[in-house]
Design a protein around this ligand. Sequence first.
Ligand code: 8IG
Length: 286
Amino acid sequence: MTTIVPPSHDIHPLDVPGSDPFEIARQAAAQIAEKTGVERHDIALTLGSGWAKAADLIGETVATLPATEIIGFSKPALEGHVGTLRSIALPGGKHALVIGARTHYYEDHGVRRVVHSVRTAAATGAKTMILTNGAGGIRETWKPGQPVLISDHINLTADSPLEGATFIDLTDLYSARLRGVAQAVEPSLDEGVYVQFRGPHYETPAEVQMAKSIGGHIVGMSTTLEAIAAREAGMEVLGFSLVTNLAAGIQKTPLSHEEVIEAGRTAEPVISSLLARVVTEISQGG
Ligand code: 8IG
């Protein structure tokens, strides 16, 4: 006879039947306020591949918490994705919450966990959500190490963070106002449409051609579901991609994770300083 052993770990709070993801986000926000001593945060940033150094440049770190100490957050799946939440005091007196703990859709933990950090950020008081990622570039003129402003997205996950008949307008999802602020800080910034594939495999060259023909300029594995949740929560969204590689078939050599990490490392000081200047501008009324 075989015995079926049930999993020994506790069920994740967001997976409990009948649980309310917004109530869990409020609890997470209360824990963050208690542990950081910062009552409210004004702006939140999710730092993806290549962007982590920005946290050191935007202000004075008040507290760093392992994300797993906060309800609803999951362990990071990947090395190089540091699982921390940081509270940073900005020069103008406001506070930023820096999320270094992204749960990806491809981890298969469900969309609630993917967007929990964004809902938590909103519950801490943040009105602005800055989402960053590393991505593949489709435009031939782009080079690895180039930052691109996200102007719009195409969500190919066929999924949504919205539950039930919740209809949310996404016309100006990536705020034209905030993009204007970013382009005032760095006039040479290019814009592009971000296409999210499920991953974790990279695309085939044919899939990259499809992304291009439907209007995409950047391909990645994150951000779109988070952006939708941020808009649902009433936040203004700004998105940046770091082109760490040209998408499959655009570049002639095979894609490697090492290449992605290396491009991120080289570009990091430049794009981090760009992001820090944008945060300063936004937080001081830009
Ligand atoms: I970094 O080329 C990074 N992330 N889907 N395609 C997809 N995701 C990525 C890529 C890429 N590069």
